[in-house]
Design a protein around this ligand. Sequence first.
Ligand code: SF4
Ligand code: SF4
Ligand code: SF4
Length: 206
Amino acid sequence: MSSRPLSIHSIMSALPQSQCRQCGYDGCWPYARAIVQGKARLDLCTPGGAATQRQLVALCGSAPAATTTGPSADAPPALAVVAIDAGECIGCGRCLPVCPVDAIAGAVGFLHAVLPHACTGCQLCLPGCPADCFIPAPGEPQAPARLARYRYARKHRRLLRATRPESRRTAVERKRREIADALTRVKSRRGWQKGAGELARKPSQP
Ligand code: SF4
Ligand code: SF4
Ligand code: SF4
């Protein structure tokens, strides 16, 4: 039993950071948070297997979350890094939002590719691909846990920023820009109209 205080960071360091959601949570961080809050069992991380479970039990000690009930394999199934079959990809872009660590590069209408150094092998991109073009990338190691954790957090922050309501200051600056643009458009139209009027009044040449 450990006397260390239970912190979300210590729990995170015991998780493999595959971000695969096999635990039923949206990634390693939400699962770690649920453990710290005493709301989650310690045997839900399939990729981590028995080794992760033992670490979690040691960290949690007698915390309520230490109650484990499910089996865990000693040799957890390895997650496989994937690649995109360039001949099959139709560039639909559906896989981009799905990847929890932004390991897919591409834009709608163009060929996509997996960044092998960043792929955790979570397989979350497979079911949504209409062209079934994800293939195993044999020999490619999974992204290191630190990198996967960093990339997951970075994507999470980016998505949060995108959904946050506009701040008052940003709204005022946007309004100013819109007014300035409108004034510029009106002035250029008046200038054009004035020029056209002068041309119309000009006496025609014999
Ligand atoms: S590796 Fe997958 S199953 Fe394990 S905690 Fe992270 S998201 Fe959950
Ligand atoms: S490319 Fe696919 S398998 Fe790799 S991390 Fe992204 S979603 Fe997971
Ligand atoms: S979902 Fe499949 S077909 Fe669509 S862009 Fe991604 S890899 Fe290409």
